[in-house]
Design a protein around this ligand. Structure first.
Ligand code: PLP
Length: 407
């Protein structure tokens, strides 16, 4: 890799902390280190800054400040929401989720099965869309909570939150949504939506890692996951991550201003990237719902080659993207999201996700467009799977494009 800064198109994995966010955080690591719970003025000033952050975040999602609980991550928010929902509906033993949830919801739900809960995982069609009739008919008098994500981290698909929430409300069932990918990218007014619980995470919207929040609608009963001191109104114990909270507040304020940019400039960059790859590389297809997708996300399957091999080649050119298959994390299983969509095994293995942000530029897109056709042609020529490959008749271990780690 060269010394030029990378072209970063992996913003659904994490985002850069915005320079203004960092500036706002810095004093809370140094001179303003007081504990917000202290009686003295030194701590109290810090407490006021937390109040301000809570108001800014409430403003971004159209909620009231007292409906926001700061947590340590999106995963913690998901766990707190679902565990609270089942604890406050102790006579109900059924949960409904989708097959394309983030592991923070999916693996928690599967874990709860070992504790005697029944979980229905709603399937998706080839574009990753949920069947609302299937969802509706899965609801029973025993259902404690429905948890369906607002936007999918791999495909960018946006789910019909208002309609899902309405179905739940009709039946008196709590509705939680993992909105980690949606907050700051699409506008939302929770005061006008049938959503009871919502999770978000700082590091997906240009705040730091290790700070998240949970929205709990005012009338909804709540049981804390972390029990101890009286922080967060007794709803989440532990001395506050003050710099993180201040950073998330500033990031929320910036995101509120930038949502229109996300939906114009970022969308235009993504669309140009996508259409150029489709036009210049044969045997490629877009995964997801083109009608209902986050403006920043593009998930493409490249036939006959592996996502990892493409990522490594892109990395050599200083381009950061990510793959739908999980070979790099030590598993040969392709993405559970693409598998749920019925994407054929080989195409799922050959998927690459580009996720942009307001920090990307036209020059970034140009750089990717410039190298992509060459990378694809070169890998296909080596691929034992490709019909055009010279080695097709006699594939051997050393022709594996990712160096033999993955087949
Ligand atoms: C990143 C992500 C999470 C987890 O958030 P963390 O703060 O990293 O724990 C949960 N859900 C979705 C959809 C995500 O993209």
């Amino acid at each position: 890799m060269t010394n030029t800064p990378p072209v970063y198109m992996d913003n659904n994995a994490t985002t850069a902390v915005d320079a203004e966010v960092l500036q706002e955080m810095l004093p809370f690591f140094s001179e303003r280190y007081g504990n917000p719970s202290s009686i003295h003025n030194f701590g109290g000033g810090v407490g006021k800054k937390i109040d301000e952050a809570r108001c800014r975040l409430a403003g971004l999602i159209g909620a009231r400040p007292d409906e926001i609980i700061f947590t340590a991550s999106g995963s913690e928010s998901d766990n707190t929401a679902i565990r609270s929902a089942i604890a406050t509906n102790a006579d109900r033993r059924h949960l409904v989720i989708s097959k394309v949830e983030h592991p923070a919801v999916l693996n928690l739900a599967r874990h709860l099965v070992t504790g005697g809960f029944r979980v229905t995982e709603i399937g998706v069609d080839a574009m990753g869309r949920i069947d609302l009739d299937e969802l509706s008919s899965s609801l029973t008098d025993d259902t404690a909570v429905v948890s369906i994500m607002w936007a999918n981290n791999e495909t960018g698909n946006i789910y019909p939150i208002e309609r899902i929430g309405a179905l739940c409300r009709e039946r008196g069932i709590l509705f939680h949504t993992d909105a980690v990918q949606a907050v700051g990218r699409i506008p939302m007014r929770l005061s006008e939506l049938p959503v009871d619980l919502l999770s978000l995470s700082g590091h997906k919207l240009h705040a730091p890692k290790g700070i998240g929040a949970l929205y709990v609608r005012r009338a909804v009963r709540f049981e804390a996951l972390v029990i101890g001191g009286h922080q967060e109104g007794g709803r989440r114990a532990g001395t506050e991550n003050v710099p993180g909270i201040v950073g998330l507040g500033k990031a929320a304020e910036l995101a509120a201003e930038r949502i229109p940019i996300e939906n114009s400039m970022v969308r235009a960059l993504r669309d140009r990237l996508e259409s150029s790859i489709l036009a210049s590389c044969p045997d490629v297809s877009v995964n997801g719902d083109p009608e209902n997708r986050l403006p920043n996300t593009c998930n493409i399957s490249f036939g006959y080659i592996e996502g990892e091999a493409i990522l490594l080649s892109l990395d050599i050119h200083g381009i950061c993207a990510s793959s739908g298959s999980a070979c790099t994390s030590g598993s040969l299983e392709p993405s559970h999201v693409l598998r749920a969509m019925g994407v054929p095994f080989t195409s799922a293995h050959g998927s690459v996700r580009f996720s942009l942000s307001v920090q990307n530029s036209d020059a970034d897109v140009d750089r990717v467009i410039q190298v992509m056709p060459g990378i694809v042609a070169k890998l296909r020529a080596m691929s034992p799977f490709s019909p055009e490959a010279p080695y097709f008749q006699n594939a051997s271990q050393d022709t594996c494009p990712s160096g033999g780690s993955c087949s």
